[in-house]
Design a protein around this ligand. Structure first.
Ligand code: OAD
Length: 249
């Protein structure tokens, strides 16, 4: 069912309240209501920065200062904003359903700040740096400029996945396994164009799962999703949680 009025189909509500294995997949649209720019579409981050200039291993090799300054800027931006009702609703779902996995393409850490714990950050986390030589990972706070590894003095890079790089195999396997065995798969705020994340909902569908999509606009998934609501992630997810467990409120 496609619903562009923002109304949540009753079947989605009953599937959530009865779910035994829930997966939520999020993208940049979920952080948009916190004031974090998305990558594509209106006000997209990539509008001002071509991805191949900044988010590739080649870019980092050619101009590491520029790439680091972009990541420091993004990290500082994210530190100044707060999780929004979308993050809160997803954390609430985790508190209600034992077998729960949140798969996020976001690198901003806002889900964790909202209280989510079972999070697979398949594109990494911009609050961390990883040594290109020894692989050590450190948390970033106020640092600026280039980062040197405290263990081996090697050059560090943002601990994120760049274009042309593979995702962590272990994380991806967990993401596929959870998607394939989910009885409800909620996809919120992603354009569903970046692989392999975009294939997770299809893995759920192939295995008989029920996919519910929330986005401001239709995406390549919309025609295949079991149900879609066109609307803001924060509003729709809050309403969904309220309806699913309203008798307990
Ligand atoms: P995109 O910027 O591609 O898509 C954001 C989606 O969110 C769009 O489909 C918008 O319509 C939707 N959207 C915006 N605001 C919304 C709101 N308030 N409520 C609901 N939907 C909203 O972001 P992603 O799909 O996350 O990868 O992009 C995927 C990956 O592409 C990113 O993780 C990043 C980028 O390359 C890496 O950095 C590896």
């Amino acid at each position: 069912m496609k619903d562009s009025s923002g109304r949540i189909p009753r079947e989605v509500v009953s599937r959530l309240s009865g779910s035994k294995r829930l997966v939520v997949l999020t993208g940049a649209g979920v952080s948009a209501e916190s004031g974090v720019p998305t990558f594509r579409g209106r006000d997209g981050l990539w509008r001002n920065h071509r991805p191949e200039e900044l988010a590739t291993p080649e870019a980092f090799k050619g101009n590491p200062e520029l790439v680091w300054s972009w990541y420091h800027w993004r990290r500082n931006t994210v530190r100044q904003v707060l999780p929004n009702p979308a993050h809160d609703a997803i954390a609430r779902m985790e508190s209600k359903i034992e077998d729960f996995v949140l798969i996020t393409q976001n690198v901003d850490g806002l889900h964790q700040r909202a209280g989510s714990e079972k999070v697979l950050q398949i594109h990494g986390d911009l609050h961390y740096a990883r040594c290109s030589d020894c692989g050590a990972v450190i948390a970033l706070e106020e640092q600026e400029g280039m980062i040197t590894c405290p263990m081996c003095r090697g050059p560090m890079r943002p601990d994120v996945v760049w274009f042309g790089e593979s995702l962590d195999v272990g994380l991806l396997t967990q993401a596929y396994n959870a998607s394939e065995r989910s009885d409800l798969f909620i996809v919120a705020g992603t354009s569903n164009v970046v692989q392999p994340a975009a294939s997770l909902a299809f893995a759920a569908i192939r295995n008989g799962g029920y996919v519910f999509e929330i986005n401001l606009d239709p995406t390549p998934l919309t025609g295949s999703a079991s149900a879609t609501v066109i609307g803001k992630a924060g509003e729709v997810l809050q309403e969904l949680v309220r309806l699913a467990w309203e008798e307990e409120e």
